[in-house]
Design a protein around this ligand. Sequence first.
Ligand SMILES: [Zn+2]
Length: 59
Amino acid sequence: MRLKADAPSKEVDTKISELLSNEQYFRICNECGERNPCGWMHSQLICQSWAERNHGVIY
Ligand SMILES: [Zn+2]
């Protein structure tokens, strides 16, 4: 019996893209346009790395 090696990774991919498109977990930074986990957002609008680089916020 052969295992379908590609099946699980496809499932994972789908799960990941679901997660990535879920605004509950990820937000798109208004400044750099990158998608960040909510925990990595400085505010609703900008990510921590942007805040750090451009607003003098130290994390
Ligand atoms: Zn950003």
